[in-house]
Design a protein around this ligand. Structure first.
Ligand SMILES: [Zn+2]
Length: 240
């Protein structure tokens, strides 16, 4: 029920293409970084022009990352509206669908970088991301993914911040997004109620001999009469 497409090129161009493809949601994945090794919080950037859905979705994501990794959540309840002094705004503002820019962990923080570099951590990040999409877009549809920094025509070698212990922000963001894509494309909703076949009627008659069914009448419906005559040891089936 979900189809995930990766968009490449400069940020504005990615958004224009996602609009044309009628995507229902847009996500750009980054990791945060700072000069300090102890800074570490989750935040989601939404545009100045963000809809209520973008804001609620961004808050849901940041707060679930906060719970999952037991880290603080920053911004206004988890979201930075319009980015950090405008940075990040252009990455989402050209979309005509709900759009968020993820900054789940700090790769300059050794403890958080370890999560980013580990497969287990990547799986957990992907699960929260995919879960947020299922939560806010339960009917399914086409989802636009954008790997931050990577694949820009203007600066093709940009990979974002260096990750403590090795690797780059963009390469790990891409790994997490690939995992989230696979979760979403294999997603099947669990029915909230058991499915009852409309034609299923509990009025069948079976004769079991030594544990084996030797006769049955599955044609009977609810209105047919079944009478067991105890005295004559006879079963009467009266169909209407
Ligand atoms: Zn970045």
């Amino acid at each position: 029920m979900y189809e995930v497409r990766f968009y490449k090129g400069n940020y504005k161009w990615r958004q224009i293409k996602a609009n044309r493809d009628k995507c229902i949601a847009y996500i750009e994945h980054h990791f945060n970084a700072s000069g300090s090794t102890t800074t570490g919080y989750a935040v989601t950037v939404v545009g100045y022009n963000a809809s209520g859905t973008s804001k609620a979705w961004g808050r849901w994501y940041a707060n679930h990352i906060g719970q999952e990794f037991r880290i603080p959540v920053a911004g206004q309840g988890g979201i930075a509206i319009g980015g950090f002094s405008g940075r990040g705004n252009g990455n989402v503002k050209h979309t005509n669908m709900p759009a968020i820019l993820l900054e789940p962990l700090f790769v300059s923080n050794p403890l958080q970088a370890e999560i980013v570099r580990s497969e287990e951590g990547q799986d957990r990040l992907a699960k929260v991301l995919a879960g947020s999409i299922v939560e806010f877009f339960p009917k399914g549809g086409r989802i636009a993914f954008s790997v931050g920094h990577k694949y820009k025509t203007s600066r093709p070698r940009d990979r974002g911040a260096a990750v403590n212990g090795g690797g780059t922000e963009a390469d790990y963001a891409e790994i997490v997004m690939e995992k989230a894509k696979s979760i979403l494309e294999n997603y099947k909703p669990t029915p909230s109620e058991p499915i009852i076949e409309e034609d299923e009627v509990d009025n069948d008659v079976r004769v079991i001999k030594n544990g084996k069914e030797i006769w049955s009448n599955a044609d009977l419906d609810e209105d047919d009469e079944i009478t067991w005559d105890e005295e004559n040891r006879t079963l009467y089936l009266n169909t209407k």
